[in-house]
Ligand binder design. Sequence first.
Ligand code: PEP
Length: 244
Amino acid sequence: MRCVVANWKMNLTKDEAQAFCEDLLGRMAPESEAEVGIAPPFTLLHQVSDLVRPRGLQVFGQNGHAEAKGAFTGEISMPQLRDAGCSGVLLGHSERRQFFGETDVALAKKVKAAWQWDLLPLLCIGETLEQRDAGQTLDVLAQQLAILAETGPGPLWVAYEPVWAIGTGRRAEAAQVREAHAFIRTELNRHLAGTEYRVPILYGGSVTPESFPELLGIPEVAGGLVGGASLDPRKFAELVKQAG
Ligand code: PEP
């Protein structure tokens, strides 16, 4: 199974989202076997899910709180995401970790909350440039995946997103992706040994239609989490085609 997920971040308005979805769906072959997801801003969740779920696409929240409700101004809960039409939720995106202080402790709680509300967590992990230069990449990935010792097993997608490759136009090299994905698979096998769960590992970081075919040829790369290129329906449709 190959997966392509669009992370729109804090982009698009109602009319723009409408035009995007109509354009994308018009370009998508009905026989495509790729699992396709869109993670719009919260204000667009209802609208996007009404448009794309009838065609089999998934909708993801970009974040979700661990508590089901309460006095958490500015937050959104897992049941609210479900109510808005989501089937999954991005968790631990590096922009959340970097700009909003998201910790592994909080993420373990969020993963459990997602499962409780029947949402598929798409857990994002990856090293900063400083960590890579210091030779710490695999240690960082192991530490970020160690939350699975706390959460226990469950349905999960993982995205390997080197922080230095996100939104920079600087994609990780094939050898770096191969090493990271092989290591993540080993760690997942260790954490999920003896369970039914087989976790797809997506790559994220400056994916484009030009670079995606090579990435898809790397062992353990099950697809892509896409930011910039996912805002252009023509480019995103091309990525879906390459994955399907
Ligand atoms: C992302 O936001 O997860 C991402 C990978 O962004 P970009 O494709 O723009 O690097």
